[in-house]
Each structure stands twice: as structure tokens, then as C-alpha cells.
Design a binder for this molecule. Sequence first.
Ligand code: EPZ
Length: 419
Amino acid sequence: MDKILIRGGNPLKGSVQVRGAKNSALPLMAAALLAEETCVLHNVPCLHDVFTMDKILSEMGMAIDFTGRTMTMDPKGVSSHEAPYELVRKMRASFFVLGPLLGRFSKAKVSLPGGCAIGTRPVDIHLKGLESLGVKIRIEDGYVVAEGRPQGANIALDFPSVGATENLMCAASKAQGVTRLTNVAREPEIVDLANFLNGMGAQISGAGTDLITILGVDSLGGTEHVVIPDRIEAGTLLIAGVATHGDVTVLNADADHLPVFLDKLRDMGAEVEVHGSRIRAAAKNGLKAVDVSTQVYPGFPTDLQAQIMALACVAEGASIIKENVFENRFMQVAELTRMGAVIDVDGNSAVVRGVPKLSGAPVMASDLRASAALVIAGLAATSGETSITRVYHIDRGYERIEERLASLGADIRRVRDGQ
Ligand code: EPZ
């Protein structure tokens, strides 16, 4: 296994390309199961999670060619309506094939996803919604067994779950009749999925608002689509620049996807400028503490909570960070504390007392975004060396992060563990 070594203290300067959104590419790949002709996705990020989804779909019979950042998917050979446990357990997003399989085959057998580091992450909202579409659901040996062609219905989600919204959009796109989904997720990735499905011939309106209306159709064709930029990667890179008192510009980003986050950086004293698809963040002087409360979109994204906590560790004053979306998403706290951070956790709330400096230390990655927080803290540390093990967590969501941070002036490298 690899590890990443960082000697912090270098201000990051320069510009770096933002890749396509992981949390859009994955549901788009799953949705291609609904097409009867070839689909082409551009700006697909080269990430472990994308390779995992590629493997799952290929094993189901999808012919996939992934060259550069273009993915060509021919679903004509898809014959299996099953997603096996040994693949689903590796990545929760595999569960997003359930809706597309129902739309294509009117039946599906998908392993229940295991829990993960950030919580049990149930799928009750997915299943309740599918039952509202008239699908028969039973749990058998750890699998969800679903049968029946979806029938249009009016559904109010108990919680605006991103994955449940995506599964229901896919199932409803091939339903008999009209489906109205309310209390739905409004993330940019939901809009991207609706645009992809409409490109295939679906009749979806209202994505990004509180009411999505879907007129079911009998067949969907192929399409070509460009994956939206990864707003979480953009935010992570901007925080790295600010945490090192540098000046970083992310290219091919969409500031409209990060309204609350960018204002929080400004509240901390960073200089933030937006010029079209370029976002620049700089912090020449000290940073101020800030209070953050994660919310569903368009609120502060839970996927940037760990990263801004790392930034708060070196800000002046006390920051209160509340995690309202997941039940256990403070995995970064123990490791940040080992680097000199002062953080008190009480339930879903953490009080971060800024310290003058962090020190490098051996730390272990736990989940994707907590790992990104450790990288940021390592870059900000002004003494010692940070060595991060289990970096496969980072590779799930960030393309060669060490190369891209090094291009901004970071003293960071990847070595084989044991070196
Ligand atoms: C998506 O996960 C993202 N993953 C997550 O990103 C992101 O954190 C999350 O949305 C919230 O924005 C992908 O898109 C692949 P949810 P998802 O269903 O769909 C509870 C990352 O780091 N819930 O919106 O699984 C759930 O337990 C990952 O890139 C139920 O209770 O998230 C959680 O507390 C992490 N029952 C909350 O809702 C359900 O049926 C939000 O979950 C479904 C969800």
C-alpha cells in the first residue's frame, strides 16, 4: 500500500485544473444501463471509484471503453439484472444501479450496501420510494430483490437523499405514467443526471428545484454528455491554498455550485475572486474562525466539512462546526489532534480552537474526505513531516492528488509503504 509524505509550510501558488465530478460520473454511468444505444461521457475523472463502477457494469454486460477522460458505454449486451455483494460492498454508489435496472428490466437484485466509516447509511428512502412506484421489494440474503415495472406516482421523500433521488429519477424515467418527486435533493449532480437522461429521450423537468416531474417513456436512446466539474475537489484545492497562506486558482470550476462555501472562505478572511470558470482564493494574512453547519444543497456541503475543519485548526479563535447530514463524520478529529489541533467534539458538533501552528505526524486515512483534511493539515504544518497511510481512501475521490499539489509548490510525494 502507498503512503503520502508531506513537509508543510510552502505557500501553494498557481493554477490547477478541476476534474469531472465523481458524484456525477458514478450515477451517470449507472444511468447508462437505461439506454438502448451507446452513450458517451466526457470529462470523466480517472478515480478508483470510477474504475469500480466500470467493473460492475462490465460484469453486467456493458461494453465500456475508457480512454483519457472519455467513456464510451454500449449497453446492448447488458443481460444481468444483478449487482453482486463482492462488488457493491466496495462502494456504496454501486447501489445506484437499482433504479436503472428496474427501468430497463422491471426487475433487479442488488446487494444491500454495507455501512461505511461515516455512518450506517441506510437505504430506506430508496426502497420506500420504489414501493411507491408500485415495485415489489423484498430483502433476501442481504440482497434487495425488486420486481415490477415502475408506475407513475406522487412521492415526497422523507429526506432529500441524493442517491434516493437519483435512483427514483432513473426508475421513473421508464415508468408507466407521470411521477412527481418532492422534498428531493437539489445538488448540481441531480441536474447533471436529469440533463443526461433527457439527452437519452427522458422527459424530466424541475431538477434542481423541490419538485421534479417525470413523464415515463417506453425507450431511451444513446447520448453524448460532459460531466460537470467536481465542486468538492474545487473546494478542497482552494482550502489547501488558503491554509498555506498561498494563492491558488482552480480552472474549469463552477462557482455557482459553491455559493455558501465561497462566502465562508471570505468570512475567514480569504480573498476570493470568480472569473467565469476560474475561482481564485488567496490568504496573505492570518485567518479568522468561522462557524459552519453542513446542510443539503445549496447549504454548506458535508463533503467539505472535514477540509474546512482542517483550515479552522490554524485560524484565530474558536470555530463551531456542526455536521447535520451524516451521523459520524468527524473521523478526521483524532488524527488532526495528533498534529497539534485542539478540537472538542460533542455529538454532531465540534469546537475547533485555532492554534499558531500544526506539526507533521504519522497519521492514517479513514474515509475519503477525512483523508483530504489530513493532506490539508500536513500542507499547513510548519514543522515535522506528515506521513499518511491507507491513501487508497484519497485515490477514490482525487486524481493523483500529490502530483497536482506538487505542481502548486507543495513538498509532497507518494512512496510505497515500508519505504
Ligand atoms: C451522496 O451520497 C454522495 N455520494 C456523498 O458523497 C455525499 O456526502 C452525500 O450524497 C450527501 O451530499 C455520491 O454521490 C456517490 P444521501 P448518498 O443519501 O446518496 C441518510 C463523498 O465523499 N439516508 O444524500 O449516499 C444517510 O444515512 C460521498 O464523495 C437515509 O437515512 O447520500 C445520510 O445521513 C460521501 N436513508 C443522509 O441521508 C436513505 O435511504 C444523506 O445521505 C438514504 C440516505
